[in-house]
Ligand binder design. Structure first.
Ligand SMILES: *Cc1c(COP(=O)(O)O)cnc(C)c1O
Length: 360
């Protein structure tokens, strides 16, 4: 069987067991003689899938009862716009911490509909460090404070949620959700596009404190309102059923791995292994300030740009794929989400050492 070791940033690798289960039951799901894609979202068997997925996610993340869990669509980007529309009114300020491409995009979408205050912007460090907390300009009357927990492109991760007092915190966790336990009660909203650490693209999971559902201003169409989706069990219209089913298989797989505490251990070990290999090489380099280095996305550069193409070609030949860095950053990027095995990271580290020996 020819599976590569896939370091794609997203859509990203899924657990092999999950793919195999989906494959095995694709044409005849639960003895129905149909695939899960071919039945009504309102049918009993699908409702069971939907409810089990939510229950498993609640168990994995220890989500308190006063939070709704929504299975939505449109990618995280759609919610960059829907969050301000639902959680603030036009005369209210919203706070955004800008630490890289995704948080900047979120602030731009919000600025199209609401007043946006930029709490701090990491541009001075080229987004390689978190702006000094002393200098943050927090608005105590802001409707919420938004940040990106893991900047997928630059590999900057904020490992503990910022304390901003009473203002509700919204976190874009697209590329770090389920990588470790988090205290959900510290957040107003946690949301994540699925294609990094959950499942197929398009699906978005949104975990929202129920009192915040009541904030949506009158006049917002029901389909754009989180409150309606919560009331309708995310089935106001047809949800992305196949993606929901795959997400459910991933949640079940995570439970079999021992849950998020186990994933945290494994993810930290994987990341440490790779950062140690980079830092100890005197050849490869990661520019992100150490306290904010991501466990999920590890960018690194080679000493001379001319080596990049060769590195990528040889890596590909060794079965290590999708290591090219984002076009805005250059160099390499290894995304090592939950579904990337420790053996996969070891194979990369070994390849890097070997490449250096030959070209260093
Ligand atoms: C990928 C990503 C997004 C965008 O997701 P889409 O599904 O393309 O809208 C937003 N935020 C973060 C942190 C991401 O990694």
């Amino acid at each position: 069987m020819a599976r590569v070791i896939n370091f794609s940033a997203g859509p990203a690798v899924l657990p092999l067991e999950v793919l195999q289960q989906a494959q095995a039951e694709l044409t005849d799901w639960q003895g129905l003689g149909m695939s899960v894609m071919e039945i009504s979202h309102r049918s009993k068997p699908f409702i069971k899938v939907a409810e089990q997925a939510e229950a498993d996610l609640r168990e994995l993340m220890n989500i308190p009862q006063d939070y709704a869990v929504l299975f939505l669509q449109g990618g995280a980007t759609t919610h960059f716009a829907l969050l301000p529309m639902n959680l603030s009114s036009p005369d209210q300020g919203t706070d955004y911490l800008v630490t890289g491409s995704w948080s900047k995009k979120a602030s731009k979408e919000a600025a199209a509909v609401r007043k946006v205050g930029i709490v701090a912007d990491g541009a001075a460090s080229n987004y390689m460090d978190l702006p000094d907390r002393q200098g943050w300009k927090l608005n105590p009357d802001a409707a919420y404070f938004h940040y990106c927990a893991n900047e997928t492109i630059s590999g900057l991760e904020i490992h503990t949620p910022p304390d901003v007092g009473a203002v509700p915190v919204i976190a874009d966790m697209s590329s770090t959700i389920l990588s470790r336990p988090v205290d959900v009660s510290k957040f107003g909203v946690i949301y994540a596009g699925a294609q990094k650490n959950i499942g197929p693209s398009g699906l978005v999971i949104l975990i929202i404190r129920r009192d915040l559902l009541e904030r949506a201003p009158a006049g917002l169409p029901p389909i754009l309102k989180y409150a309606t989706h919560a009331a309708e069990g995310s089935m106001l219209n047809t949800p992305p059923t196949f993606s929901w089913y795959i997400a459910g298989l991933v949640f079940a797989w995570l439970k079999r791995q021992g849950g998020l505490a186990k994933m945290a251990e494994l993810n930290q070990r994987k990341a440490n292994r790779l950062y140690q290999a980079i830092d100890g090489s005197g050849f490869y380099r990661n520019p992100v300030a150490r306290p904010y280095r991501s466990w999920m996305n590890v960018p690194f550069t080679l000493p001379r740009e001319e080596l990049d193409a060769e590195f990528l070609k040889e890596a590909e030949r060794a079965g290590l794929t999708n290591l090219k860095g984002h076009r805005s950053v250059g160099g390499m990027r290894a995304s090592i989400y939950n579904a990337m095995t420790e053996d996969g990271v070891i194979a990369l580290v070994d390849f890097m050492a070997d490449f250096q020996k030959r070209r260093g």
